[in-house]
Design a protein around this ligand. Structure first.
Ligand SMILES: Nc1ncnc2c1ncn2[C@@H]1O[C@H](COP(=O)(O)OP(=O)(O)OP(=O)(O)O)[C@@H](O)[C@H]1O
Ligand SMILES: [Mg+2]
Length: 292
């Protein structure tokens, strides 16, 4: 049995998806806790373009959820709304039961939303460890005077953050690269470092924008394993945008499909694969060309 089908098999055995009020589904095991994310009638307009409209979703506390759709569908825009890069034109975003209205990106990150970017955004001239330290920064409680005067608490806290950074890098077997310049890493390793930096902020909801882009098949298989490992180890929700359907169909428990800014389908991987609107959105053009 291939690695992909092993994952899909395990997912099918462990996950029972149940309906919830926002016309969504979530894993039955998460029903007792507040959802990691709830969006109600979320939308944003750019001039006359409704880039995202009436976006409703519930993501369970430990769910791996896929957000898919053709190019330009509005997927990255959803992540920009969730992280407050864009202020919504309408609708509500609840994170772990808290309404995020009026919050800025830093505040929503402290509340528990962390992300990676479609186009990698690392601090290239800083070391790998320093990039992770930037993520850890939002948990620092050491005052300015303590740091300037180099009081004992400063050194204790420095040691803690150094060890924590190495612990996080170890998830991807990257401790040996801690003192390398981030910009000198191969592409796949830079993508992994972005995930580590996001994890360093201690999220409840991790948003991954095309994490497998540019990776070769063995890197993708390893990434898939690591996404599941991160969810299991940190007990967090992960929402991922991905064009690699093997990855999506094998590790996501719930999937939401966007087309022209609107949700056209929500369901389990099995339901999504046989949904006519989804097949049309992805294959419609080719199908019509073949028929003509
Ligand atoms: N800041 C902006 N100003 C104007 N239009 C924008 C802005 N950001 C996104 N858009 C438009 O919103 C639509 C959705 O873009 P988005 O980047 O969210 O798509 P996507 O689903 O992530 O696509 P891809 O798979 O290619 O990454 C596109 O038509 C895009 O041009
Ligand atoms: Mg995008």
């Amino acid at each position: 049995m291939s690695k992909f089908s092993e994952f899909a098999e395990a997912r099918r055995k462990n996950t029972k998806m149940v309906p919830v009020p926002s016309v969504s589904i979530m894993p039955e095991r998460d029903l007792g806790s507040s959802p990691a994310l709830e969006c109600l009638h979320l939308g944003i307009d750019f001039g006359g373009l409704k880039a995202v409209d009436d976006f409703n979703i519930t993501v369970g506390k430990t769910e791996i959820c896929g957000l898919i759709g053709p190019n330009g569908a509005g997927k990255t825009t959803v992540f920009n709304l969730l992280t407050k890069v864009y202020a919504p034109t309408r609708g509500t975003i609840m994170v772990d039961g808290h309404d995020t209205a009026g919050m800025n990106p830093a505040r929503v990150n402290q509340l528990g939303v962390a992300r990676t970017f479609q186009n990698i955004r690392l601090f290239n001239s800083m070391t790998v460890e320093e990039n992770v330290a930037v993520g850890l920064h939002n948990q620092r409680h050491c005052g300015m005077a303590t740091s300037i005067l180099r009081l004992p608490h400063h050194w204790k806290s420095e040691r803690y953050y150094h060890e924590r950074a190495l612990e996080l890098l170890d998830i991807f077997d990257m401790t040996g690269l801690a003192s390398n310049e981030a910009g000198s890493l191969p592409y796949g390793a830079q993508r992994r470092l972005e995930i580590v930096r996001a994890l360093a902020t201690n999220p409840k909801l991790l948003l991954l924008d095309e994490p497998a882009a540019g990776m070769n098949p063995s890197e993708t298989a390893e990434l898939m394993e690591n996404i599941v490992k991160i969810r299991d180890q940190f007990h967090i929700a992960i929402m991922l945008i991905e064009h690699d359907m093997n990855l999506v169909m094998n590790i996501c428990e719930g999937i939401c499909v966007l087309n022209f800014g609107k949700i056209i389908a929500k369901g389990t991987p099995e339901e999504i694969q046989r949904n006519d609107a989804v097949i049309e959105a992805y294959l419609g053009k080719q199908k019509k060309e073949v028929e003509a």
